[in-house]
Ligand binder design. Structure first.
Ligand SMILES: *Cc1c(COP(=O)(O)O)cnc(C)c1O
Length: 456
């Protein structure tokens, strides 16, 4: 059998640093700090080349929702590779897994969403609906409806359109972004930006920034509003309860399309198949990626509401857009096997009824810690807000440093979490056990005890 040539870990690391440019990385810093070679995984655990085992409480990059080492997915991929490794979906052709996957996704998406456009990544899916929204309005005789409103501190990917839709300052600073036609409003981050307002009032205030922006631009120039149901990379920011109903009202009132980026929240993370079901929303576009295949192979897409799809199908003619690997049969087979696991093991129900509530209580117990300002969870998505002075809601002067310190100490103790500035993010596989959650929470507490003692 042809295999990747085995190599000692130190040589892998050196080879990697010499030739591989990493995403979101300062390569000089990487070279100085060294790089770890990850070798295998099972369940919620990954192993490195030195034989150390980590409890991965971040599911890779919010994606390995069914856990590592799922034989069923590997078998489905192997079988499809042997049967038909590739065929395109461009020229009046399709493949069986592609068609079945589209239908399977729509069966969970609810009555008003019945079509999917496949891409290879979440970024491409965001590019896709942006063009689709403008084509939709042009088809309806409203080509001037072009502008998309997004939010500061949103994450919608790294392509030119994806990074422009996102609201990450450090990304906009590189490469002359955002592109024209994309504007940003405030985020519903009460802990960081709510001041003296209570969360409900602040949620309304931030939602009404959308209405103000629509009126400022002119409703007949706005194509869509885009948002993550819960911001992920931005810090797992769970909006106040007043926020989403008001956003939905405003989108309806001004006939602005609602695009939800569910790359993290899709396929069960919030204890519902999609985040819009959790929040009771009716999106026109729903972007999916990560959890669609649990990261086993790259596949993503845009779910399109009947309202939009019916116009595109009946009136637009060809939509001149697509990717060589749109609906790739092997990736589709992996996604089908993944969704079958989620269905057969009732993992969405598990997140909703059992492990999600346990996670909320366990992580919530950290709320009494001197370094913790708030704990926010929904389903199996959680954040711990670090704070310098709990009473005054005063944050650390260098938020990114404190987050990284906590994250790194956890990593050294064999638990993988992520830091977004001064928020610690947790997003484990849906299969995580109660005792494994206890380990994550206990490790966080130990590390915060240690850091708090060092600081005082
Ligand atoms: C990860 C992510 C993306 C980008 O997906 P890629 O597959 O990395 O292009 C877009 N939106 C959200 C909310 C994400 O978390």
């Amino acid at each position: 059998m042809l295999d990747v040539t085995p190599m000692p870990a130190a040589i892998v690391a050196a080879t990697d640093l010499a030739h591989h440019l990493h995403p979101f990385a300062d390569m000089k810093e990487l070279a100085a700090g060294g790089i770890r070679v990850m070798t295998r995984g099972e369940g919620v655990y990954v192993h490195d080349a030195e034989g150390k085992r980590y409890l991965d409480a971040f599911a890779g990059l919010w994606c390995v929702n069914v856990g590592y080492g799922r034989r069923e997915i590997a078998d489905a991929v192997f079988a499809q590779m042997n049967e038909l490794p590739y065929y395109n979906t461009f020229f009046a052709t399709t493949t069986t897994p592609t068609a079945q996957l589209a239908a399977k996704i729509c069966s969970h998406a609810g009555p008003d969403i019945n079509r999917v456009f496949f891409t290879c990544s979440g970024s491409e899916a965001n590019d896709t609906w942006l063009r689709m929204a403008r084509v939709y309005w042009a088809t309806r005789g409203r080509p001037e409806r072009k502008i998309v409103i997004s939010r500061h501190n949103a994450y919608h990917g790294s392509t030119v359109a994806g990074a422009s839709l996102g609201g990450m300052k450090h990304m906009h600073e590189q490469g002359d972004l955002p592109i024209p036609g994309i504007v940003h409003i405030g985020q519903p981050y009460w802990y960081g930006e709510g001041g003296d307002l209570d969360p409900a009032a602040f949620g309304l205030l931030r939602a009404r920034e959308l209405e103000d922006k629509i009126l400022e631009l002119g409703p007949d120039r706005v194509a869509a509003f885009v948002a993550e149901p819960i911001q992920g990379v931005g810090g797992v920011i769970v909006p106040p309860e007043t926020y989403w109903p008001e956003i939905q009202r405003i989108c309806r009132k001004y006939d602005v399309l609602l695009a939800l980026d569910e790359v993290i929240t899709g396929f069960g993370r919030l204890g519902s198949w999609f985040g819009y079901q959790h929040f009771g929303l009716e999106p026109d576009f729903c972007v999916v990626a990560k959890g669609l295949s649990s990261g086993y192979l790259p596949i993503a897409g845009v779910l399109v509401s009947d309202r939009v799809a019916d116009v595109l199908v009946a009136e637009t003619g060809a939509f001149h857009h697509g990717f060589t690997y749109s609906g790739h049969p092997v990736a589709a087979a992996a996604a089908l096997a993944n969704l079958k696991i989620i269905e057969d093991e009732r993992l969405v129900e598990r997140v909703h009824d059992d492990i999600g509530p346990y996670f909320a209580a366990a992580l919530g117990s950290l709320g009494d810690h001197i370094m913790v300002g708030e704990v926010a969870t929904t389903g199996l998505l959680g954040a711990v807000q670090l704070v310098l002075d709990k009473e005054k809601r005063q944050r650390f002067s260098r938020p990114a440093d404190i987050g990284m310190i906590i994250r790194n100490f956890c990593f050294m103790r064999g638990v993988i979490v992520r830091a977004a500035a001064d928020r610690i993010l947790i997003s484990p596989a849906f299969t995580i056990s109660r005792s494994e959650i206890d380990v994550v929470v206990a490790t966080l507490r130990e590390v915060m005890d240690y850091v708090a003692a060092e600081l005082s």
